[in-house]
Every structure is written in structure tokens, then in C-alpha cells.
Design a protein around this ligand. Structure first.
Ligand code: BEZ
Length: 397
């Protein structure tokens, strides 16, 4: 009996050695199969005020992967999905689950800046590749920048900087700002204030309420009393729908122009209807951008998901495009991290938004468009700032 066991053990050992030796000689395709699937962790909001944003990002991401034959660097893909609920307190646990339990090769997320700040810390601590397809927290590609952290969306101050410049050029003298009180809103409003005041305007009051509250009435009353030349806001998702409707219901859209970061009217026009007509916003995307990539992207998205894409879908699509560049450069070998991130950092993407490159901190350099709501479209009426980069202040890369 013992002799049989020893013989079996020896056969097992010989087979293992033979298998290992053979795998060194495997041609590319077989070697890739040996590495198994590329595991992608999608950590996004699928409930709450940002739920639609998480879904659009997921759709856009999967569309680009499907257009790449459903593979990455020749390898099949397995998705792991977590609903982060836009809750920063749950973010470390959620990110750790994907990294430690599911052993993902890459984390993709998220929408909310507070959640993304926590995710990026976990990604840095574990040296996990992270691609951010929305959350704009300036710090992530500034002082907290890292070789393994990339963003395909924007930084929060970019949209405010662009709109502050446009409003100053339109000779508006006074502004009131209103936002949810967290990194995204603070930085968006900060960008607006910086360029509006540099252009000769004055922000006379900065109003805010906790995320994701939508009781706007007292703020609207205060705005009516202050009578600024313009109101700049940061809201997105379900909160943006409610704010635009409340602003119109209070009659303020007839007396005080409302402008905002483009999230105010992106993916929301169906629900906002008449209340959104004529609103000016700044964003790195516009529905009707007439370039071949955007036309093809919009048609493919509509065919796949039976709905119009928005900026979030574009950012998810570009997150996958960026990953494809990196994984192709290492022919599917995710262990070649230095080569992979070098290729991602140097990527020039053909994005539906136009051309997209990354700065030293891995944040997009892109045109910021001025858009006007016409019917169900955010119509591009100009370029507010060409090739806007965000100086990666404090980034040591
Ligand atoms: C953010 O939290 O960074 C964010 C959320 C929604 C839209 C834009 C930015």
C-alpha cells in the first residue's frame, strides 16, 4: 500500500516537473491561457443618487472590451462587481474585498471623490493597478499621484476653471456658488472662483449642503435675496435632476442665469425636460460632437444598451481603452507592471470626447467645451479652454 502511494507521489512529481518545463516552451497563446483570465474589479455606485452614473460607466467599459474581441492582451476576462453606494466609510473594505478576496488584476472605480480617495490609498498600499473613470478629486493626480493610479475622466477644478473664465468673459460681476459639501463640489467651486475672480468677477457667497441631500428650498430663497449676476453649481445624477427642476419651479431661471459643471445636465435631460432648456455648462464632452469616433461610439452604445450614452459612458469606455493599450504592450503579462504603466502613461487615445492624453500625474489633458441645453442635447457651442491640463501640483512621479 505504502509502495503504491510512493509510486503515485513520484509519478505526480515527474508530471509536475514535466508540466512546468513544458509551460516554459509553450507558444504565446498557450502561455496566455496558463495565466488564466484577467480579473477586473468594478467598484462603482449601483444604488443611490449616482446609480445611473455607475451603470453608464460599466456599460461604456464593457463596450470597449467587447469591441476588442472580449479579451485583454489575448486573455479572457472575468468581472467582479461591488456596489460602493457612494459611501466613503465603506470604501476601504470594498476595495480590500476586490483586491484580497477576489485577487483582481485591476480596480476600476469610482464616481464619488471621497470613495475614490479611500480607494486610491488601498491601491497604493497594495500596489494594485487603479483606473478612475469619474471621480475628480484633484489630490489623486496631484500630491497623491502614483505610478499605478490613472484617471480617464477629469479633475474637479477643471470644469469650474473653464466656466469661471467664460462668465468673466461675459462680464458677469457677481456670483453665488452652491454645491454638495465634499471634495468634488469644493474643488469645482474653487476652480470657478479662481478663474472668475482672476477675470474681474467676485464670488459674493459660497453655499453648500451635505451630500446627497436635496432639500434646496432655503438656498433658493437665499439666492433670490442675494441677486447675483450668475449662480454656479456642482450637482450630478439624481440630485442634479432635482436641483434644476427646483430652480425653475422657484422661477429663478427667468431672473438669474444658472450655470454649472456639465454634470448638472449630463445623463439627466430626459428627466429635467423643460426646466433645463438653455442652461450653459462646461464639460469635456458634448452629445453632438461630430468626430468619427464619437459617431461610431454613440451608434454602438445605442445598439448595445438601447439608450443614449453620456459623459460617464465615455469615461468608462476610455478607461477600457487605456487598459487595452497597457495590456497589449505586455502581451497580456500583467506581471510586467513597469512596461504596462509606461505604455498607459504615454497613451494617446482616440476618445469620443476628442483626443485624450495624460499628464505626468496621469490626469487627462483635454478640451473643455461650452455647452448649451437644446431639447434633449447638450449642444457644444464653443471650446471654453483648449487642451486644459491640471498642473500635477506636488506629484513626485
Ligand atoms: C465626484 O465625486 O468626483 C463626482 C461625482 C459626480 C460627478 C462628477 C464628479
Amino acid at each position: 500500500m505504502e509502495a503504491t502511494r510512493n509510486t503515485l507521489r513520484r509519478i505526480g512529481a515527474i508530471a509536475a516537473v514535466g508540466f512546468a518545463a513544458a509551460s516554459l516552451l509553450l507558444p504565446d497563446g498557450d502561455a496566455l491561457a496558463q495565466q488564466g483570465k484577467v480579473k477586473i474589479g468594478l467598484m462603482l455606485p449601483y444604488t443611490g443618487t449616482y446609480a445611473a452614473l455607475g451603470t453608464a460607466i460599466t456599460n461604456g467599459f464593457k463596450l470597449a472590451i467587447d469591441e476588442n474581441g472580449g479579451k485583454l492582451g489575448g486573455r479572457d476576462i472575468e468581472y467582479f462587481t461591488v456596489d460602493d453606494e457612494s459611501d466613503p466609510a465603506k470604501a476601504p473594505d470594498n476595495a480590500n474585498k476586490l483586491i484580497k478576496r477576489d485577487q483582481v488584476d485591476v480596480l476600476v472605480g469610482t464616481v464619488h471623490s471621497g470613495v475614490a480617495l479611500a480607494m486610491s490609498k488601498v491601491a497604493r498600499d497594495n500596489n494594485t493597478l487603479l483606473i478612475i473613470p469619474n471621480a475628480g478629486a484633484d489630490e489623486i493626480t496631484g500630491p497623491l499621484c502614483a505610478a499605478n493610479v490613472f484617471r480617464t475622466s477629469f479633475s474637479n477644478s477643471q470644469m469650474g476653471i473653464a466656466m469661471g473664465k467664460v462668465m468673466a468673459e461675459q462680464k458677469k460681476k457677481t456670483a453665488v456658488t452652491l454645491t454638495w459639501k465634499y471634495a468634488a463640489g469644493d474643488e469645482s467651486v474653487g476652480g470657478f472662483k479662481e478663474s472668475f475672480e482672476a477675470g474681474g468677477g467676485k464670488v459674493i457667497k459660497e453655499l453648500s449642503l451635505p451630500f446627497p441631500q436635496v432639500e434646496f428650498q432655503s438656498y433658493l430663497t437665499e439666492i433670490a435675496a442675494l441677486k447675483p449676476d450668475v449662480v454656479y453649481v456642482f450637482f450630478a445624477g439624481g440630485g442634479a435632476v432635482k436641483f434644476v427642476k427646483d430652480y425653475a419651479a422657484a422661477g429663478l431661471n427667468k431672473t438669474i442665469p444658472l450655470v454649472g459643471a456639465g454634470f448638472l445636465t449630463d445623463g439627466t435631460l430626459e428627466a429635467q425636460g423643460e426646466a433645463a432648456q438653455g442652461l450653459l455648462t462646461t464639460l469635456h464632452y458634448g452629445d453632438g460632437l461630430n468626430n468619427p469616433k464619437n459617431n461610431a461610439f454613440r451608434a454602438a452604445y445605442m445598439k448595445a444598451f438601447k439608450s443614449e450614452p453620456d459623459v460617464y459612458a465615455v469615461q468608462g469606455y476610455d478607461a477600457a481603452q487605456l487598459l487595452i493599450v497597457g495590456v497589449n504592450a505586455v502581451k497580456g503579462d500583467m506581471g510586467k507592471r513597469a512596461e504596462l504603466v509606461a505604455a498607459m502613461g504615454a497613451a494617446k487615445l482616440d476618445s469620443p470626447r476628442g483626443s485624450l492624453a495624460l499628464n505626468r500625474g496621469h490626469n487627462p489633458i483635454h478640451d473643455i467645451y461650452l455647452r448649451k441645453v437644446e431639447g434633449k442635447e447638450n449642444k457644444v457651442i464653443g471650446i471654453a479652454v483648449k487642451n486644459l491640463t491640471d498642473p500635477p501640483r506636488g506629484c513626485k512621479l
